[in-house]
Design a protein around this ligand. Structure first.
Ligand code: ADP
Ligand code: MN
Ligand code: MN
Ligand code: MN
Length: 337
């Protein structure tokens, strides 16, 4: 038997976007615990905007577990928040996602590192050189020193945890970075994004740096941060066809406002039609078009309209649970026959 440190992680009740919360439970296990072995646990919902003080108990239900290599015998336990009667709490967006083991998502999480109220690498006064050299750059002038160290440490911690990172890159603005995570199953990639965000936030504590997830932290000619959602269902990958694609896009167009409502706050600041975005009030798709709401990869159009699509509208602060939930809801409204 060994004492395992189980970090129970959950989303609080703040709007428009939840914050990550976590606390540690120490328990004896013979080896790294399986999900089924992890108990429910309670917390004070009155401190997280999830319950009134007079009836403050909420429940944490483990839904995924990952090794935590920062701690001896550590585990990161992603949880859903439940009511005391076992039903999902109203803030539990994960519970709204349709179960579909054949739905695949790939999220591209962009973010800024922030120190002393501005992006890491910005001078004390004013701005650094304009955008251009930073995207996928190398060298102190392009990416600074600490940033890459953090990004590399984060990548290793995520890989240790079994998180399916597919890549990382320095982004267009100074101090801005991206990682991509892919997962099969309707909730899988979203779970991993939340845990990867948690690992990143926690890692940055010792550097005196915070992650700024807001989609447009600096006004002016600086790129905002997105979280492009790449998605496919079994039908889209294996049957597809132009008629189905057209019907799907018509439904995305019809539901434009419902999608944008859960694609992250302040998105009007980012979806301007500039900086590789479409305006927030237009829905368009285009082959290889980064100025469209939905980019259709060449591989999709050339493969009889089969494969995956990229919704470019979700932003860096969006809740991947709400985003996946909305996308699959729109799919469910389009007949596959
Ligand atoms: P770009 O920056 O050009 O948009 P990235 O390489 O950053 O492209 O991201 C592409 C994303 O597409 C990755 O997250 C990947 O996991 C995802 N992806 C690839 N194939 C599929 C698929 N069949 N279903 C869902 N997502 C996919
Ligand atoms: Mn990308
Ligand atoms: Mn990007
Ligand atoms: Mn993209």
């Amino acid at each position: 038997m060994a004492k395992y440190k189980l970090e129970y992680i959950w989303l609080d009740g703040y709007t428009p976007v939840p914050n990550l919360r976590s606390k540690t439970q120490v328990k004896d296990f013979a080896s790294f615990p399986k999900l089924e072995e992890l108990p429910l646990w309670g917390f004070d919902g009155s401190s997280t905007q999830q319950a009134p003080g007079g009836s403050s108990d909420c429940m944490l239900k483990p839904v995924a577990v990952y090794p935590d290599s920062t701690r001896k015998n550590g585990a990161l336990v992603m949880c859903e928040v439940m009511m005391p009667d076992g039903t999902p709490h109203p803030s539990n967006s994960r519970a709204t996602i349709l179960d579909d083991p054949d739905a695949w998502f790939g999220f591209e999480q962009e973010y800024f590192m922030y120190q002393d109220g501005k992006p890491l690498g910005f001078p004390v006064d004013g701005y650094p050189a304009p955008q251009g050299p930073y995207y996928c750059g190398a060298g102190f002038k392009a990416v600074g020193d600490i940033a890459r160290q953090i990004v590399e440490e984060h990548l290793d911690l995520c890989l240790d945890a079994g998180i399916n990172h597919e890549g990382i890159n320095a982004e267009v603005a100074k101090g801005q970075w991206e990682f991509q995570i892919f997962g099969k199953g309707s909730k899988n990639a979203a779970d991993q994004i939340w845990v990867a965000r948690y690992i990143l936030n926690r890692l940055c504590e010792k550097y005196g740096i915070d992650i700024e997830y807001h989609c447009k932290p600096i006004r002016g000619d600086w790129n905002g941060s997105g979280m492009h959602a790449n998605f496919s269902t079994k039908h889209l990958r294996e049957v597809g066809g132009k008629a189905y694609f057209d019907a799907l896009m018509a439904q995305f167009g019809k539901n434009m406002e419902e999608h944008v409502a859960v694609y992250g706050p302040d998105n009007h600041l980012r979806l301007t039609g500039l900086h590789e975005t479409q305006s927030i009030d237009k829905f368009t798709w285009g082959v290889a078009d980064r100025g469209s709401s939905i980019r259709v990869p060449h591989s999709f159009a050339n493969n009889d309209w089969k494969g995956y699509l990229e919704d470019r509208r979700p932003n860096s602060q969006g809740d991947p649970y709400q985003i996946a939930s909305r996308i699959l809801k729109t799919f469910s409204e389009v007949p596959t026959k």
